[in-house]
Design a protein around this ligand. Structure first.
Ligand SMILES: *Cc1c(COP(=O)(O)O)cnc(C)c1O
Length: 378
């Protein structure tokens, strides 16, 4: 299906163009260079952590966060079932096994009460659990007020997947600043993009330097190529870091733009029975990355899939929420503690166009089509 209006496409313009040209003209074309250092400093300052390591993807950041903290064969990492596959894949890359926990139906993030149950169960049965990886779903930080002390009380490592949450806060602290290390993503549809890229954030200097080492082929500091570990080619290039710096300088403005669209969705859906806004409801500290609705077919008289098809017919993209990992064929055998909340979110949720690059005319077009859809259902 071809679309004219996308869910969340890259928002780049003159600032980004100039930044990339400047980096190109500077001669730093090879991977690494001053823009990588600058992007890391800018991001560490923004998030309030002492170290940031720019990487080729958010998945690479998750993978190296786990490897550098010593996660390996047969360890168990407890994570949220409602996420993008990259979270669980990174766990599997290390030889560890994911244990999926269901979510709080209000936020879509890991349910802290259920996490407590899972950790107790794992302890009682003597399982080798090492770390907990909450996911800051759709740009909203997980409930670290509860999760942080809980994970500490079991003497486990907290390694958040903050890939979607740059710009969000929880209790006045930035998403990405919680835990031993956290991962951000700058993939094309995230709130800022380097076309592809990610970053690892930590306050631990030794951990940061281990991640840099593993990300640059694990080269020993001698003049010939000497290796005592398996390394990876996971660093970000200088050109893409220039793009990232330009994007980060516009993050606040992009969040304002997304928030305005969300407010319009909120006003629109307020009077429609059976429809509630999902992201940001009761939490104004998310980054407004994506706005989704939950549709109760019994009340609304139609399903989220009816709406998706109608929008697609008008060349407007919308998409269901992440399909939970415990329902994915590839993770069918993984251990999990499930309430059904994530499955209900998957079955009733639909993410609407949310990008900061959308023009006022495009916003108007989306709402015209939404009005037509509701008329068609009367
Ligand atoms: C996008 C995303 C990732 C992966 O990031 P990439 O940069 O695409 O590798 C990981 N986890 C979550 C929750 C994501 O949304």
């Amino acid at each position: 299906m071809a679309f004219d209006i996308f869910l969340s496409s890259p928002d780049v313009g003159a600032t980004e163009e100039q930044a990339i040209l400047d980096a190109l003209h500077s001669g730093w074309i090879a991977p690494l260079g001053p823009m990588v250092d600058g992007f890391e400093d800018d991001m560490a300052g923004r998030i309030g952590v002492s170290h940031a390591v720019a990487l080729s993807s958010g998945t690479a950041a998750l993978h190296l966060a786990l490897l550098a903290t010593g996660i390996g064969k047969d360890d168990i990492v407890v994570t949220s079932t409602m996420t993008f596959a990259a979270t669980a894949n990174a766990i599997v890359y290390t030889g560890a096994r994911p244990f999926f926990v269901d979510v709080d139906p209000g936020s879509g993030c890991m349910d802290p009460g259920l996490l407590a149950e899972a950790l107790e169960l794992l302890r009682r049965t003597g399982q080798p659990v090492k770390a907990v990886m909450p996911v800051d779903l759709l740009g909203r930080a997980a409930d670290y007020t509860q999760i942080e002390p809980l994970v500490a009380s079991y003497d486990l490592m907290l390694i958040p997947d903050a890939a979607e949450a740059l710009g969000a806060t929880h209790g006045g602290r930035a998403a990405g600043s919680f835990g031993l290390a956290a991962a951000l993503s700058f993939n094309g549809n995230k709130i800022i993009t380097t076309s592809g890229g990610g970053m690892l954030l930590t306050n631990d200097a030794a951990l940061a330097s281990k991640v840099r080492y593993l990300a640059t082929q694990a080269r020993q500091p001698v003049i010939w190529y000497e290796h005592t570990d398996i390394g990876y080619n996971y660093r970000m290039s200088n050109l893409l870091a220039a793009l990232g710096r330009a994007q980060l300088s516009r993050l606040d403005a992009m969040m304002v733009r997304r928030a305005a669209l969300r407010d319009r969705y909120k006003a629109f859906w307020a009077d429609v029975p059976g429809v509630t806004i999902f992201a940001g409801d009761g939490d104004e500290h998310d980054n407004k990355w994506l706005t989704s609705v939950l549709v109760d077919p019994a009340q609304a008289g139609w399903t989220s899939e009816d709406l998706r098809l109608f929008l697609a017919e008008a060349r407007i993209e919308s998409r269901p929420l992440w399909k939970p990992m415990h329902l994915q064929p590839v993770f069918a055998d993984a251990a999990a503690l499930i309430t059904g909340s994530s499955q209900r979110l998957f079955e009733t949720g639909l993410t609407l166009p949310s990008g900061s690059v959308l023009t006022d005319q495009e916003h108007n077009r989306v709402f015209e089509v939404l009005v037509k859809f509701l008329e068609s259902r009367q």
